[in-house]
Design a protein around this ligand. Structure first.
Ligand code: GLU
Length: 588
């Protein structure tokens, strides 16, 4: 059998060795001039800086960093997935976005994840060929470079190719993530061969090389975008999706992807979603990501409170309640705008926000999930005949820090905020044989049960939460922010904005602060160590309650453009290991 033959064949000459390598100590905050970068990986930040120092712009450097993250953080992101890039173009003084979200293959139907009239088990859906959406990352990078970059694939992929070939040292965080993925990875032969040793996570200190991914990058560097969407890589993807390369004795749901799904894949250039908050102009991701809209809606609700004048606990209580209401509306209405006419104008109107705000009790948390509001009444033409009943999302699984976010600026003043993903940690778990990259499980971001705006359909993009954001003040970049973490992305971005703008924290403190994620549930997700703290107790006084199993939430990266002309890059000081912030020239 082909599958078994593939399962037992040596996939690649994988070179593993335990080495003692002292990598540069990552610093999560850096201030200086010229370009700046913040990512969760030292090597990715170094790749971006290398490209900036060679004369590349922020767009070139963002692609270089992203490609390197695909090697060093392969469980969060890579060319097997998709993402959303927000770009401030300094010369044009405008913000555009590149939507390169994965799409559902042409054979997809609303029944995709249903069997015998019922939704299938979520984890079974994840580790399968059926979970894989048509990857958008390479097309997104291509559009970014062609339209707004100054370099070509062969230049910006060079640093990532070097890391994939020379290897990098498995750190404790990588080892931890691998440990969490062992069960999923054991199901797929090429994945076990690359990332496990005798079925177990590679230990910290292992030098991990990925010659397959280097080969994929080299083919893209030489042949451009077509090398990914047509030709050997495309064929390898389709084979892996339709006949997953399982380990002996394992069977998973196959997908139904065709070569034409890949050849027809298109990224979308979309205008950024613009909103205002206390003198800032925020530019975020429009649909099919719910990220920009939900952050904007929650901030519109919060704008009616004078948070600065309130004690911290009361301000945070209001933040949680605004988030709850915004999530109710998000869950009910938002989906791919090419398939669903979401009432976005109404939802983002300050008047609708005022109506929602009036539901918040300043001294008491809502007892549980709240109902969606009626944004149709606030559309410019409220008489639209089609006015579907709100549909609550049936699944809002707690998610932790999947995905990755990076941000880069350059000396010309261009800014990139970029979030990209393969969805779950390790995506579908399927490494494409011979090419060393993991395929996404983005199809599981659809709702499994309808009617709902976000059910699977052929060619549709599953609703996302990714929220790369660039804020301007008086027409100039003020800060950028973004995070991984599934639907907690929205709350991380929202809370960081509130921390920075309203609570007056410097950006590094705004990022470091304990994260609280209220997504229209009776309990709020929190991080380890939060329960029992004075902050927690103060919020409990408002009736706020915490989820039983705290988990790290997100791994944000930010830039702040200071009034003195310097830029401060901010990454995480403790989450996901430690991030790396770099500037071209250090100092004030
Ligand atoms: N698939 C998620 C989204 O698009 C991102 C993955 C994650 O962060 O968990 O919102």
């Amino acid at each position: 059998m082909k599958v078994c033959a593939r399962a037992s064949a040596p996939v690649l000459p994988l070179v593993l060795a335990i080495v003692l390598i002292h990598e540069a100590v990552a610093a999560p905050v850096a201030t200086g001039t010229g370009g700046a970068v913040a990512t969760i990986s030292a090597k990715a930040s170094e790749s971006a800086l290398d490209i900036l120092n060679k004369g590349g712009n922020a767009i070139d450097a963002a692609v270089a960093a992203a490609a390197t993250l695909g090697v060093t953080d392969p469980f969060s992101c890579g060319i097997g997935g998709g993402g959303f890039m927000v770009i401030y173009l300094a010369k044009d003084q405008r913000v555009i976005t590149i939507d390169h979200r994965e799409t559902a293959p042409a054979k997809t139907s609303a029944e995709w994840f249903r069997q015998d009239g019922k939704p299938i088990d979520f984890d079974t859906a994840v580790a399968s060929g059926a979970a894989v959406g048509v990857p958008g990352t390479v097309r997104g990078w291509h559009e970014a470079l062609e339209r707004y970059g100054s370099m070509r694939f062969n230049q910006v992929l060079a640093p990532a190719i070097a890391v994939a070939e020379q290897g990098f040292t498995v750190n404790p965080n990588f080892n931890l993530l691998l440990g969490q993925n062992e069960k999923k990875f054991r199901q797929f032969a090429p994945t076990s061969e690359l990332y496990l040793h005798k079925g177990k996570a590679l230990p910290s200190g292992t030098l991990l090389r990925n010659p397959g991914m280097a080969r994929a990058y080299r083919e893209i560097a030489a042949g451009g975008v077509k090398a990914f969407y047509e030709g050997p890589i495309a064929r390898a993807i389709v084979d892996a999706v339709n006949k997953p390369p399982v380990a002996a004795g394992v069977s998973v749901r196959p997908g139904a992807m065709r070569l034409s799904d890949l050849a027809n894949y298109e990224a979308r250039i979309r205008p950024a979603l613009h909103s205002t908050y206390r003198g800032y102009d925020l530019y975020g991701m429009p649909l099919p990501s719910s990220g920009g809209a939900t952050v904007a809606h929650a901030l519109n609700i919060l704008e009616g409170f004078d948070l600065k004048a309130l004690p911290r606990a009361r301000a945070e209580h209001l933040y949680l309640e605004a988030s709850r209401l915004a999530f109710a509306d998000r869950n009910a209405y938002l989906a791919d705008p090419e398939y669903v006419d979401a009432p976005l104008a109404g939802m983002l109107s300050k008047e609708f926000a005022a109506q929602r705000r009036a539901l918040i009790r300043p001294d008491r948390a809502a007892p549980g999930a709240v109902a969606a509001g009626d944004p149709y009444a606030f559309q410019s033409d409220p008489s639209v005949p089609l006015r579907p009943q709100p549909r609550a999302s049936l699944r809002l699984a707690p998610e932790s820090a999947h995905t990755t976010h990076l941000t880069v600026s350059d000396k010309e003043g261009n800014v990139v905020a970029y979030t990209f993903t393969i969805e779950s940690w390790g995506g579908s778990g399927i490494v494409v044989p011979d090419y060393g990259f993991l395929l996404n499980n983005e199809m599981t971001d659809f709702d499994f049960e309808g009617p709902h705006p976000n059910v699977p359909e052929a060619g549709k993009r599953p609703r996302s939460s990714m929220a790369p954001t660039i804020a301007l003040k008086n027409g100039k970049p003020a800060f950028s922010i973004g995070s991984p973490g599934g639907s907690t992305i929205i709350t991380t971005v929202l809370q960081t904005v509130v921390n920075y703008v309203d609570l007056g924290m410097p950006m590094d403190q705004a990022v470091d602060a304990p994260r609280l994620s209220q997504r229209n549930a009776s309990e709020t997700s929190v991080e380890p160590g939060f329960g029992g703290s004075a902050q927690a107790r103060a919020l409990e006084g408002f009736g706020q309650r915490w989820e039983a199993a705290p988990e790290e939430i997100g791994a944000a990266n930010a830039l702040v453009f200071n009034p003195d002309g310097t830029v401060t890059a901010v990454s995480e000081g403790k989450r996901h290991g430690v991030g790396t912030a770099l500037v071209q020239r250090r100092g004030h």
